[in-house]
Design a protein around this ligand. Sequence first.
Ligand code: SF4
Length: 284
Amino acid sequence: MIKIIKARKYGFCSGVRTAVLKVERFAAEGKKGAILGQIVHNEKVVEKMEKLGMRTVDEIKDTTEPYIIFSAHGVPPSYYEEAKKKGLNVVDASCKFVLDIHKESLKALKEGYHLVFIGDPTHREVIGYTYDLPKECYHIVNSVKQASVIDFGKYEKIKIFYQTTLNSDDYKEVVGEIKKKNKNVEVTDTICYATKQNQECAKELAHNKEIDLIFVIGGKRSANTRHLYEICKKYKKTFLIQGCDDIKKEYLEGVKCVGLTAGASTPDKVVEEVEEYLKKITSE
Ligand code: SF4
């Protein structure tokens, strides 16, 4: 049987746990709601929500249920008003760390800062921070190349915020590029504790000499799972899987020890299933 070593810390964070619990309690009360965007970026959690009668919609206007549920990633502040206008009740499952960035960035804007968000412009969390803002108030960048063509020097002062699930090591050069052009730059470390812990422990796992191969378990659209994958694959052969179905037996040829970690939106149950499955197929 193969040896399995799990990361010291992996999986569900407090924001995801709270969001899922909120929807489960809501469903248990017999209420009907639609979730705007995936409640968390994990297909198995989304399936579970659908079984509870909570379908996922892409836009507020697609909601026919009496309630709309805002996911852990948060929404632009104007969405609360838009939902109200449509006669919808809001169940807000936005993570408190995301809401803190909303508050902090709006405060910085009032204080005269130009805002820079380092992150993925197509991710719901980043859309939440920027959608309502006038275009000239902010930039979203995620590479040195992008930062290099922006005239940051023309702003009096700049405040940088990170998407909560990034790996800050990967963006040091982007911050450096902005600082080269403007001497008045403040960086707010908004990468959340759960992301940092999971990343640190993934790095530890990847440096473990005993481990031949790592499986990172999580949703295809989960940014934090993808970052764990990127960290691990720098040092070890690594596969990003959603669950047991993605494990091919040939991956395990000649492998004596497997490392396991999982994104902040991956339920413990999925990790347990993978562990059991690996034990089963390697003892056959
Ligand atoms: S990863 Fe962090 S910011 Fe995102 S939901 Fe979890 S606790 Fe909140």
